[in-house]
Design a protein around this ligand. Structure first.
Ligand SMILES: [Zn+2]
Length: 234
């Protein structure tokens, strides 16, 4: 991991890859916490498509963050980004809504912002492939589906049990003092069957105004021969 990457084949599409791509963009982290982020080889088109999503997410994620570093990120880096993107700025300013939810016996409230959920899930498709490469030098075949989604607390408890070290490979990462945490597991009989779980910015709360008890905070990505029913996939 770290700065090492093997040039050659793009981790995302299998085409010849000539650039080094940070699996998670440097802009997701404060400037002092950008060393040692996983990198992989990528082709120029994938690198460019992916970085468009990263520009968007770097602006959005700190708003939804639940991590102590979200606030300084929001104050220092987001205004600079919003100044360059008037349309996104207006969408965020006009779209804020009050959100209430219940945790245990406590009622919580905050504000929510609209964001492009499909873009975030699409991003995780890149990330799953990138991490499989960075940790296990595994290139996910192009005909494999990458399913992504949110997992509610209840579903998460079930899925957690799958991470018991039975896989061929197990990986975990703590990037930027916990701003992004992940773990991944690789199946024994198929190295390209991988499963990833992400906690981003301390657990973003995904909800609408009808939020109920079981609030999704975790994001998942699964690379498999066939799409996982019920999860969006490419
Ligand atoms: Zn590519």
């Amino acid at each position: 991991m770290g700065k090492r990457f093997k040039s050659g084949i793009c981790a995302y599409c299998g085409a010849p890859g000539s650039t080094a791509d940070h699996v998670f963009a440097r802009s997701f982290f404060p400037e002092t916490l950008r060393d040692d982020l996983p990198q992989v080889a990528a082709c120029a088109p994938c690198n460019s498509e992916k970085s468009k999503i990263e520009h968007y997410l770097a602006t959005i994620l700190p708003f939804a963050g639940n991590h102590p570093l979200s606030k300084p990120m929001l104050e220092k880096q987001v205004p600079r980004r919003l100044a360059k993107n008037g349309k996104l700025h207006r969408t965020l300013a006009e779209g804020q809504v009050g959100v209430r939810w219940t945790e245990g016996a406590t009622e919580q409230s905050s504000f929510g912002i609209p964001y492009d959920h499909d873009l975030l899930l699409g991003y995780l498709r890149y990330v799953a492939k990138g991490l499989a490469r960075a940790h296990w030098d595994c290139t996910i075949p192009q005909h494999y589906a990458v399913s992504t989604g949110l997992v509610t607390a209840g579903q998460n408890a079930i899925l957690r049990n799958l991470f018991v070290g039975r896989g061929a490979g197990y990986a975990r990462g703590n990037l930027g003092d916990g701003l992004i945490l992940y773990e991944g597991q690789q199946a024994i009989d198929d190295p390209s069957l991988t499963m990833w779980r992400f906690l981003v910015y301390g657990g973003m709360i995904f909800s609408d105004q009808d939020a109920v008890l079981d609030i999704p905070r975790d994001l998942w990505a699964i690379t498999a021969k066939k799409p996982i029913p019920g999860l969006p996939h490419d």
